[in-house]
Design a protein around this ligand. Sequence first.
Ligand code: FAD
Length: 499
Amino acid sequence: MNRNLSFDYLVIGGGAAGCIVARRLADQLPHASIALFEAGKSDENDSATTLLSHLDKQDDSYDWGYKAKPKGCASHELSYSRARVLGGCANHNDCAFIAPHPLDLDRWEGLGAKGWNSRSLSKALSRVENQLHIEETPKGNELSRGFIDASIELGLPEHNFRQGVEVGTGWFPLNSQGDFRQSSSIAYLHPLSELPRNLTVFTEATVHGLLFNNRKVTGVQTDRGIFYCDIETVLCAGSINTPQLLMLSGIGPSSDLNELGIPVVQNLPGVGQNLIDHVAANICCELRSPSPPWALTPCEATSLIKIDPDASSPDVLFHFVMRLREKYAGQTTFSGIQHGVKLSPNVARPKSRGSIKLIDPNPNTAPAIDLNYLSDPEGYDQRILIGGLRFARDLTQTRALSPYIKMEITPGLDMQSDDELIQYIHQTCETVYHPCGTCAMGSVEDSKSVVTPDLRVKGVENLRIADASVFPDMVTVNICNTVMMVAEHAVELIVNGER
Ligand SMILES: Cc1cc2nc3c(=O)[nH]c(=O)nc-3n(C[C@H](O)[C@H](O)[C@H](O)COP(=O)(O)OP(=O)(O)OC[C@H]3O[C@@H](n4cnc5c(N)ncnc54)[C@H](O)[C@@H]3O)c2cc1C
């Protein structure tokens, strides 16, 4: 690779968002040159990545290997998987693919993200849907069907979640085609040999920081040398690495940067703050006999319920997972249990907020990830999770599901009171890997936000962010569809600014 190269646009991070940003910019600005930098390997022809049935890559060379502290609750550390491969976490995930609830997007606008509402974002959502193959109604096995029937027994309507986010139960729509994922690298970039001539994709190229002329971004320092941008750099490194890169480059809370001896380019107190994630708790059960084979992923079915009767949209999202010993299942172990399931409710719109901080100025040091789960002063998250756990337990006792269940292992039927469940939640809560909000979008006046509604980083020039970190608030469902929508809308903003 040449040491010094110059492009019109640099896109940093080839994940769910970055692949879309790079490809769309190249298509829509044919006279501009675009470079995409991805720290991980290429995913092309690598079935370990592109085959949906190959999950569990969290601990190997495809992952950044982060650890996170839930704080507020349990003292245990969680493996906090973040993919390091072209396609990003969209090549790591379970491909559950649901568009956001319109109210989620309207709430974003209410929080200061002017122009980001369900009506104006429908075009970006459609562009994602037109590009990806989505299995509308994948059929799962009889055990997943038992979960859906159990939910119906408890009063939920059966629902196709491609038609919208409602209280109901049904199959997870999947962004997959046959056995293969429809990640954004696969759907927008492959085959790499046929990329537009104005797009260069660098894999195994890690960006270590931004270069400035005063407050104007002029390029990036990578482990392969310096690359310059003539027009703009777009950060798409995800909710952990985007704030990390900003802080390494002197953009963040000045007190923290001063402590680490990093020269401050722009004091932005919101960088790394406002970390939001879907926190889950589980009812884990032993099965009477082995789980029937699943088609693609061990999580085929979901239910969306309301614990708070006044909630305007579902406040709990369920994952019904047909195995127990996942590498990333927190600290709970199930020795001696051969076959199990977990019914995993999570808080759809949590109120607790965590943070990302640098530990030192070395780009190779993982940042400190403090999830700060269940810390909201009103106890909302805890209350919703208790309701979710009670619903999960009721599901295991229905006519449809109980014939499969041998016994509840955790928390165990002797734990019934709110206090006991709270203690259990605090000890065993886990992530469903949906961090967002760490460089939140907001109005110019909002001192806590990091980017303005045109995704420009406040106080510096030629720098935008387009990934999950700009979410002003969580969305009710699995977030990948929304991340891709952000990327599509970002390109519209950039291209419209060019014309
Ligand atoms: C195990 C798991 C299961 C999940 N399941 C689902 C699911 O079923 N449905 C769903 O909707 N969502 C799911 N998600 C979440 C979803 O995949 C992510 O929210 C989404 O991929 C985030 O997109 P992003 O573009 O913000 O970041 P990412 O997809 O993480 O992309 C960031 C990219 O930037 C690269 N990068 C980072 N730093 C640098 C650097 N310094 N230099 C160069 N490159 C860099 C990374 O290697 C990565 O490829 C899951 C996530 C995980 C981890």
